[in-house]
Design a protein around this ligand. Structure first.
Ligand SMILES: [Zn+2]
Length: 284
């Protein structure tokens, strides 16, 4: 992450994160590309928030992929869930993933939250469906910040995720016009991000191609990390109410709950569910 005057620039190499997400969800290449992009975008937006805040990016669309949701924190952790990971479409004429068809029409929603409550929510229509362009549109419309963003991934059916990454450059009020023009020129001249990723160019060097006199303020590792736990699922069960839990315990020997983000399965025995029913009854 770097800052040059009133321009903020962030870049991330998210290969490991994308690989893990594709593996967890069993995503086929086209779906995997969208997962990689949204998770990478989440990590970049995570670099723009602070403290215990979380940022969510949700795609709600009518295409075969269904919905997709990624949540990132300010410390480089991201998790993501996808409705239908088993989508693989023929490549477009230019060889790129046909993400627009996979997604269909819909909305891109950005949320910022502390705890359970959203403190902020911005919505833009999914138009370009490259995710990066849609997010730039979001920055312009919702945050009044001109931005340039690239999200890229190299995925093939055989080798899986070979590379993933992205960058985000945001201009703040008072940014020097000449500086911004220089960054725009650099963006149009540098090799495509997928090429840079394939050549093993690191995130800091990607930013230096855009902003040669960059000052690096912060640099940290990113990871896939889920926040689920047995306790969290206990809370969800208790919220169903005593009656519902008692009938659940009568019907099933073991109650299984699966985390949509990381696919971890949590088992609750009949006895444990009855105990939660008692807890729910006491809370009423
Ligand atoms: Zn989980």
């Amino acid at each position: 992450m770097g800052l040059s005057g009133t321009v903020r620039a962030l870049a991330v190499r998210s290969t490991g994160v994308a690989r893990q997400l594709v593996e967890i969800h069993g995503a086929l290449p086209t779906a995997g590309a969208v997962l990689a992009r949204v998770a990478t975008a989440g990590l970049l937006l995570g670099g723009t928030i602070k403290g215990r805040e979380q940022v969510g990016i949700e795609l709600r669309a009518d295409g075969p992929l269904g919905g997709l949701y990624a949540v990132a924190d300010a410390r480089g952790a991201v998790r993501a869930t996808i409705d239908n990971p088993y989508i693989d479409l023929p490549a477009r004429e230019d060889g790129r993933f046909d993400i627009a068809t996979a997604l269909g029409k819909g909305q891109l929603i950005v949320t910022k939250s502390l705890g359970l409550k959203d403190s902020y929510r911005g919505v833009v229509p999914l138009e370009a469906s490259t995710i990066a362009e849609d997010l730039c549109h979001y920055f312009y419309v919702s945050e009044q910040k001109p931005a340039a963003m690239a999200l890229s991934e190299l995925i093939d059916g055989e080798a899986g995720v070979r590379a993933a990454g992205g960058y985000l450059v945001q201009a703040f009020p008072g940014a020097d016009e000449a500086d911004l023009a220089g960054i725009e020129r650099a963006i149009s001249r540098i090799p495509p991000l997928s090429q840079l990723l394939a050549d093993g160019v690191g995130p800091e060097d990607v930013l230096r191609l855009l902003i040669p006199d960059l000052t690096v303020l912060e640099s940290y590792a990113v990871q896939h990390k889920c926040t689920c736990s047995a306790e969290r699922f206990e809370h969800i069960l208790v919220s169903l109410g005593a009656e519902e839990l008692r009938s659940l315990a009568d019907e099933q020997v073991t109650t299984e709950l699966r985390c949509h983000f990381c696919n971890q399965v949590y088992h609750f025995s009949r006895r444990a569910v009855r105990e939660l029913a008692r807890r729910a009854a006491a809370a009423d």
